[in-house]
Design a binder for this molecule. Structure first.
Ligand code: ATP
Length: 261
C-alpha cells in the first residue's frame, strides 16, 4: 500500500489577514511503503509545514492528505505515525526507559509489553545499557537516539522527522544516519525526513524532494540509486553525482537527462 499521498495540497496561514502567508501551493507527492523520502529547500519553503500536514498537526487549505489509505486524521487516531523533531523533546523527570514507553502508555499497552517493547527499541538504537538513566545524564546524540526509539516504539508504519540530527556533530550524525537506515530497513518503515544538508539527503534517501520558497512548492524530485549504504558510499562517485544533482536542482538549474554529473 502507498504510505502517503498528497494531492493538490496548499496551505495558507492567516488567510484574509494582512499577514497572510502561502506556505505551500500545488503539492503532489506520493511516498511508497518502505520508501525514504527527504525534503530539502531554502528556509521558509514549507518543509516543516508539509511534514506537519502529513502528521495531521495542521490541516491543508486545499487538497487532500492520505496516509496508509486513510485521511490523515484517521491515520493519526490509528497511530500510524512516529514523529521526531530537532529537539529530542524528552521528559527530564522520566528515565530513558519511561520516555520510550510513553507513547505505548498513551495507547493503553500493558505494562509488561511496554517494558519489552521499550527494551527492544533501546537495544536497536544501541542504548540498552542506559535504560535507567535520566535524559540529563546523556549526550545530545544519545538523547536524539532515545527520541528515535520513542518514535519507533509503537512500530509506526510512517516516521516523520524534522531535522532530527541538525544539532549533532558530524561523526555522531553519520553514525545515526546509518542506524536510522538500518532500523527503517529492518522494520519496513516509510520515512519523510527534513534536512538542510545535501549530503545527508542523498545518503539517506530513495528520493530527494527539492522545494523552493515563495510560494513553497516542489520543483524537482531527484531519485537516488546508491544501493545498500555504508562507509564506501560516502566516497563513491554515485554519491557525488547525487549531491551535484540536488545542488543544481536547488539552484533551479537541472541536470539534462543522460548527463552523469
Ligand atoms: N503557524 C504559522 N503561522 C503563520 N505562518 C507560518 C506558520 N508556520 C509557518 N509559517 C510560514 O510558512 C512558511 C513556511 O514555513 P516552514 O516552517 O514550513 O518552512 P521550512 O521550509 O520548514 O523552514 P526552515 O528551513 O527555516 O525550518 C514560512 O514563511 C513561515 O513563516
Amino acid at each position: 500500500m502507498t504510505a502517503v499521498v498528497l494531492e493538490s495540497v496548499s496551505k495558507v496561514f492567516n488567510a484574509g489577514r494582512p499577514d497572510e502567508v502561502t506556505a505551500l501551493t500545488g503539492v503532489d507527492l506520493t511516498v511508497e511503503q518502505g520508501e525514504f523520502v527527504t525534503l530539502i529547500g531554502p528556509s521558509g519553503c514549507g518543509k516543516s509545514t508539509l511534514l506537519r500536514l502529513v502528521g495531521d498537526l495542521i490541516q491543508p487549505s486545499t487538497g487532500t492528505v492520505t496516509v496508509a489509505g486513510k485521511p490523515a486524521h484517521t491515520a493519526r487516531a490509528d497511530q500510524e505515525y512516529g514523529i521526531a523533531f530537532q529537539q529530542a523533546g524528552l521528559f527530564e523527570w522520566r528515565t530513558v526507559q519511561r520516555n520510550v514507553e510513553l507513547p505505548l502508555e498513551l495507547r493503553g499497552t500493558s505494562k509488561r509489553e511496554r517494558r519489552e517493547r521499550a527494551r527492544e527499541m533501546l537495544d536497536l538504537v544501541g542504548l540498552g545499557e542506559f535504560a535507567s538513566h535520566y535524559p540529563a545524564q546523556l549526550s545530545g546524540g544519545m538523547q536524539q537516539r532515545v527520541a528515535i526509539a520513542r518514535a519507533l516504539a509503537v512500530h509506526p508504519p510512517l516516521l516523520l522527522m524534522d531535522e532530527p540530527f541538525g544539532a549533532l556533530d558530524e561523526m555522531t550524525r553519520e553514525r545515526l544516519q546509518d542506524e536510522l537506515l538500518r532500523i527503517c530497513a529492518s522494520t519496513g518503515t516509510s520515512t519523510i525526513f527534513v534536512t538542510h544538508s545535501i549530503p545527508e539527503a542523498v545518503y539517506l534517501s530513495d528520493r530527494v524532494v527539492v522545494m523552493s520558497a515563495r510560494p513553497g512548492r516542489i520543483t524537482e524530485v531527484v531519485p537516488v540509486d546508491l544501493g545498500p549504504r555504508g562507509e564506501a558510499t560516502r566516497q563513491s562517485p554515485g554519491f557525488f553525482t547525487g549531491i551535484t544533482k540536488v545542488r543544481r536542482a536547488l539552484r533551479g538549474d537541472a541536470v539534462p537527462a543522460g548527463a552523469t554529473s
